[in-house]
Design a protein around this ligand. Structure first.
Ligand code: ATP
Ligand code: MG
Length: 316
């Protein structure tokens, strides 16, 4: 059997990080970056690094921030033929991030008005969709109207030709009030083969009051596999055959941004390459833990050999 090819669609950005903790950006301060970023970009980079065939559809500006991303993704083995370079002067998206003392984050975003805010179905993007047999949907990408439309069209095509779908809501319940977002997410969930919620996101689509009830409800509604991310507490996989847990690896958390995306990219990548659940879960858990040890959202992606070593170093 040939490997299945994975596609994701969504934002490609640079992230610029304040080197000190504090409340936002109201004074001049030291910064480090640009780092390649964007949840779908981090996901697809990790999937490619673990060995999966992986592509992304996005749009960047004709500028250095775009080049930083294109170069990194290509070097890590991602098919970037579906990333358009804007010819209308739109810049690459960006996010400035500063951590507060309590671990929360202050952001200044330029995404909606950046190159990836005006994503269109180009001929190259269409060719990529044609080649792919799996689509990964990031909930965050669905809040942009143009993007949402494109993602839905790609789902129809890929599921229509017998492909599969994974879905990471990547949304905290507070921001679900965007008009139309909850119903768009519900439509995606109904077609999901692997659902990857994080923490309380397991309750986004169920009335159940506890985790076991939520899992039971979602499985009964026909979602074959659920992978629950538990941050520093590890992760669990649920399906009709039962439950599989993985204990967290002991790491020093330097920068938690991107852990969930690396976890997802590793899990879905391994799953598509046909590895058993226990193995996919172990690598995903290691990829998430590895990600938090590095500054910069995409800096923590890792190859399978690197993750083997990382696990070995922590289980002796
Ligand atoms: P994001 O902020 O990127 O959206 P998330 O909330 O989706 O992250 P997390 O649950 O924070 O995802 O992290 C994903 C996985 O990474 C966890 O389930 C776990 O396997 C691993 N992980 C994350 N943080 C840690 C940590 N501090 N120690 C060990 N493992 C971790
Ligand atoms: Mg997440």
């Amino acid at each position: 059997m040939t490997d299945k090819r994975l596609l994701t669609i969504g934002e490609v950005l640079v992230e610029i990080v304040a080197t000190t903790k504090g409340d936002g950006f109201r004074a001049a301060q030291p910064l480090i970056g640009p780092f390649p970023s964007g949840a779908p970009a981090i996901f697809v980079d990790q999937a490619a690094r673990i060995g999966a065939e992986a592509a992304i559809i996005s749009r960047v500006g004709a500028d250095d921030f775009g080049k930083v991303n294109l170069d990194r993704l290509a070097a890590d083995g991602v098919d970037i033929s579906g990333i358009a370079v804007a010819d209308d002067g739109a810049p690459t998206g960006s996010a400035f991030v500063r951590y507060r003392g309590d671990g929360s984050r202050a952001f200044v975003f330029n995404i909606a008005h950046s190159a990836c805010g005006q994503l269109e179905l180009t001929r190259e993007a269409e060719a990529v969709i044609e080649r792919c047999s799996h689509i990964h949907v990031m909930g965050t990408a669905l809040s942009a109207p143009g993007l949402s439309h494109l993602i839905k069209a790609a789902i129809v095509r890929i599921k229509g030709q017998g492909g599969t779908l994974s879905f990471d809501p990547n949304l905290r319940p507070e921001i679900l009030d965007t008009p139309g977002l909850r119903s768009a997410l519900g439509e995606i969930l109904a077609q999901t083969d692997v659902f990857l919620p994080s923490g309380d996101e397991i309750f986004l689509f169920t009335e159940a009051q506890d985790e076991a009830g939520a899992v039971k409800d979602l499985l009964a509604r026909g979602i074959p596999e659920i992978v629950l991310k538990r941050g520093a507490k590890g992760a669990s996989h649920f399906c009709a055959a039962g439950r599989t847990d993985v204990a967290p690896l002991a790491v020093e958390e330097i920068d938690p941004t991107g852990a969930g995306d690396c976890f997802g990219g590793a899990f879905v990548g391994m799953w598509l390459m046909g590895h058993p659940v226990e193995e996919a879960l172990a690598y995903a858990n290691a990829a998430g833990a590895h990600a938090v040890t590095r500054v910069g959202p995409m800096e923590g992606t890792a190859t399978r050999a690197e993750l083997d070593q990382f696990m070995k170093d922590r289980t002796r």
